[in-house]
Each structure stands twice: as C-alpha cells, then as structure tokens.
Design a protein around this ligand. Structure first.
Ligand code: NAP
Length: 494
C-alpha cells in the first residue's frame, strides 16, 4: 500500500518542473535560440528548466521519448535523439562519458553542430584524455565546448541564489565559446574563459577535488594537536601516576583537550604571520622585490587564510571547553574537597589577591583575543572582504591581526604567570606547554618589532615601491614560484 503511494508521489515529483513552477516558465517570453539536450537524467532536467526560464527553446533528445517526456515540463519538447539534433545547432550532451560511443549512430546529423560537453568523472585523472577531447575525437566534424560541468543539477535550479555561480568554459573555437558564454550569462551564471580545449582536463578535475588548499593546514593542525596532546598527557596524567600513584586518567576527554587546543590555536596564529616576516627578510636581504620567493614560502603565504581559520576554530573550541569545565562532576568534587579542607584547617577566607588578579587579566585577554580572531575570520569571508577596500582589508588582516597575536601572547603569559620559574612545573624535566608555545609567536613579534624600526621600515617600504639595491631588475630563473610583491607584507587570513 505504502509503496504504491510512494511510487505515485515519486511520479508526481518527477513531473514537477525542477525550477519554479510551470506557469513561471511559460511567462518567460524572452525567446532566444533553440538548443538541444541529449539525455533525460537529473542534469538534463535541471538544465532544460533553467534554459527554458532564461528564454531558450529546449528540445530534448531521448532514446525513449515517450517514456521520458513526462519528466519535463510541457514547455520543453521531448523527442528522439535524431529529431532533436536535426532541429538545433547547439546540443548539450548530458550523457555520461561511458556512453558517448553509443551516440556514434548519430554522426551524420551531428556534423557541423556545437556540442557542449557537461560531463564529469568519478575520479581525478581516471582517463588519459579529457572527456571533452574524447568527444572531439569521436565527432571530429563537430565543434566541442566544455562547460557547465562545475555546476551541479542543484545549482542549475537555484544557481542565481545559491551554490557556485562560475561556469568555466573552454573550446578551440572562439565563436562557439562566445555562444556558450552568452548562454551562461543569460542563465544567471558567471562565465569564465579557460582557453582552449586542452584545459578541459583541469576543468573536469575541479569538481572532484576535496579542499585542496586545506590539506597542508589541516594536516599541520592535526600534527600539532597530536604532538601537544601526547606532551600534555605525559605531564598531566603519566607523571602523577608514576611519581605519586594518582589516577588522573579522567582528564583525557576534556581537560587534556582543553589545554591542547589553545596550544594549537596559538601556534597556528603565529604561523599566519611568520611567512610575512620571512618574506620581508627575503626582500631586505635581496634588496629587491623582483626576486622570486622560494616555492615553499609562496605556498605558505597562500595558505594563511586556512591557517588563520583553523586557529580561530581551535580557539573557539577552547572557549567552549573552558566554559564547560565547572559543569563536570570532577570539578564539583574538587570544590567540595577544597571547601572541606578549608573548614578543617579553620581557614575563613580562601581569597588570594594575586590569583584573583591573574585570573581576571587572563580571562580579559582571552575574551578579547577570541573577539579579535572572530573579526579576522568574518572579514576573511569573500562577501565581507568584497565590501572592504584594499586598505581596510589590509588594515584588519595585518595590523589588527598582529594585535590579536599580541593579545593571545599576553593571554598565555598571564596563564603562565610565575609558573615558568617554578621547578615543580617541570615534570620529567619537561618545560610546561605554555612556555613551548610561546617560542614561535615571540619570534614573530620580535621580528615584527625589528621590521618596524624606522631605518628597517624605510628600506623595506622603498623596496616594496620598486627600489633596488643594485638598481637593476633581476629575474631569477628559480622554479615556477611567483614574484614577490607588496602583498607579502599583509598577513591576510584571506
Ligand atoms: P544520468 O541521470 O545517468 O542521465 C544520463 C542520461 O543519458 C540518461 O537519462 C539517458 O537518457 C542518457 N543516455 C544516452 N545514451 C545512454 C546510454 N547508452 N546509456 C545510458 N544512458 C544514456 O546522469 P546525469 O546525472 O543527468 O548526468 C549527465 C551528465 O552530466 C554526466 O556526464 C555528468 O557527469 C554530467 N554532470 C552531472 C551533474 C549532476 O549534478 N548530476 C553535474 C555536473 C555534470 P535517455 O534514456 O532519455 O536517452
């Protein structure tokens, strides 16, 4: 009973046009040219609906037109593949790459037509040649354009409001590319000319990439987390167990994570600003901004946004973990024991003035630091960054970001207070973690102060305005890294 009902519902849903309602499509009377679509799958349906909404006449070519016609709104004509191709000059091939060869019977009618290859693969570089080039080799009498593969069926339906808007286009025919570019624009997308058909492989690999720019920063954050976690585990759990026989294993899920997260956040934040300092030192040493940075530095500079956002993520988690600390049963028991001991020792007042001040200042810097990091993260969003001019953006990311690093350093220093000079803090002769995490940020801050000295700053500013120590522009042959530029100074999270 239920399955019959579900089948009916599914059929009803399939008949519904994917974009808006049918009357909406009828009302678009911007009649442009007729285009064809081969295939009646998810992509073809979304594409047909969007094309119709953009004023194009759509003729769908199917192997089984009678069966599939109901999947499309009546405004779209659904017919046989051969008939559809015969009526149009531009045809979207919404068929999977594996089935291209089954279209070879249509070679005669396809001659001279523009074929738009929208296909993607399941894996990166699965075939030697791109799908578009494969289509071109099967139909040499046709003009092939690669386009729309980076747009999902979902984005085709909601593209103007939601999802990716860029349509990457490439072809060996400039005219065919222009036609498809115009169509993409009319459909509410942003066409991007990627050049000749040889770039099709690159375009086909794009939708398959999984956060390529995040790989190194995420691995680094994970590595730091594991390293600091083990270090804290040795100091806070293993040491009391070995030396005093105390069971502190309950610290594993919350307390250890909470002391590890700020270590990662702090080091990651300093790594956002370190490459900018190194770039400045390179420029000072070379006496020019026209010499290429080493490749590793170029890549590091490009990943500052990811490093900064991961730092913000860890800092936010640290704040949430810290707020939840008093909720734990272990905290309740500790508090009760302390109160009991106080009563037993007849101590009326537990107030320690120095501790009170340390905690107040520590929290003050912590709250301020996370607030500043939030602002840096928000301004790294493309929509927010787009509303700022370069000077505003650079001010927030560079000056404000450095201030956030100073505040975070003060937060760590007030946490440590005088503990760094207390030998009891050095468990197994290991320095407390907060002293270790201070190394990189302090190096960055000292270097920034040095670069800010008037005679150094003046020289750096001149170099960044094109001055050269030996007055000759030198082009270094070194690898394929980019030229250094003024933006190296800006430790942007974007
Ligand atoms: P699909 O649902 O599997 O539809 C493929 C269509 O190809 C079928 O409906 C079929 O229509 C037609 N076809 C023609 N010859 C065929 C054959 N020999 N065997 C099987 N089917 C044949 O695929 P899709 O999701 O719509 O994707 C279509 C193309 O768009 C693919 O190349 C895909 O990589 C690309 N694409 C899809 C998306 C997406 O979000 N789905 C996004 C970007 C790109 P008839 O039976 O009516 O002929």
């Amino acid at each position: 009973m239920r399955s019959v009902w579900m089948q009916k519902m599914a059929k009803k849903e399939m008949i519904k046009p994917l974009l808006g309602n049918e009357s909406e499509i009828h009302h678009c009377d911007l009649q442009k040219i007729d285009v064809g679509i081969l295939g009646t799958g998810d992509f073809a349906r979304s594409l047909a609906a969007r094309l119709a909404c953009s004023g194009y006449g759509v003729i769908v070519g199917s192997r089984h037109p009678k069966r599939t016609a109901a999947l499309f709104p009546t405004v779209n004509e659904v017919t046989s593949q051969r008939e559809a191709i015969g009526k149009v000059n531009i045809i979207f091939v919404a068929v999977n790459h594996e089935h291209y060869s089954t279209l070879s019977d249509l070679k005669d009618v396809l001659t001279g037509k523009i074929l738009v290859d929208v296909s993607n693969n399941m894996e990166i570089n699965v075939y030697e040649e791109s799908n578009a080039e494969h289509l071109a080799s099967l139909f040499p009498e046709c003009t092939i354009v690669k386009a729309f593969n980076v747009i999902s069926a979902w984005a085709l339906q909601f593209g103007a409001r939601d999802g990716n808007k860029q349509v990457l286009i490439c072809s060996d025919s400039q005219e065919a590319k222009c036609v498809v570019t115009e169509m993409a624009r009319n459909m509410g997308f942003i066409p991007v000319d990627m050049g000749s058909l040889s770039t099709a492989k690159e375009i086909e690999n794009l939708p398959l990439r999984l956060f390529p720019s995040w790989k190194t920063p995420v691995l680094l954050a994970l590595g730091l987390f594991i390293g600091f976690y083990i270090y804290n585990f040795i100091i806070s759990v293993i040491h009391p167990y070995v030396v005093k026989g105390q069971n502190k294993f309950y610290k594993i899920p919350i307390e250890l994570v909470n002391v590890t997260l700020p270590c990662v956040a702090f080091v990651m934040l300093s790594l956002v600003y370190l490459p900018g300092v190194l770039a400045a030192i390179f420029q000072l040493r070379n006496g020019t901004k026209y010499k290429r940075f080493p490749r590793w530095l170029d890549q590091w500079l490009q990943q500052r946004k990811q490093l900064g956002l991961l730092s913000f993520f860890c800092a936010t988690l640290h704040a949430i973990y810290s707020l939840s600390l008093p909720m734990r049963r272990s905290a309740h028991y500790k508090l009760l024991s302390e109160a009991f001991n106080q009563v037993k020792n007849e101590r009326e007042n537990a107030w320690v003035e120095e501790e009170v001040w340390r905690m107040e200042i520590y929290l003050f810097f912590g709250i301020l630091g996370i607030g500043m990091l939030s602002l840096l993260a928000v301004t790294s969003l493309p929509s927010v960054a787009g509303s700022l001019n370069w000077r505003e953006f650079s001010f927030i990311q560079s000056r404000f970001g450095s201030a956030a690093l100073v505040i975070s350093t003060l937060h760590t220093l007030t946490f440590g207070w005088s503990k760094a000079f207390d030998s009891a803090q050095y468990k197994f002769y290991l320095p407390p973690p907060f002293t270790i995490v201070l190394i990189v940020p302090c190096m960055v801050l000292v270097a920034k102060v040095y670069l800010f000295l008037p005679f150094v700053n003046r020289k750096l500013t001149r170099i960044r305005h094109g001055w050269e120590a030996n007055r000759q522009v030198k082009f270094c042959e070194d690898g394929d890294s980019q030229f250094s530029n003024d933006h190296a100074e800006n430790t942007s999270i974007v």
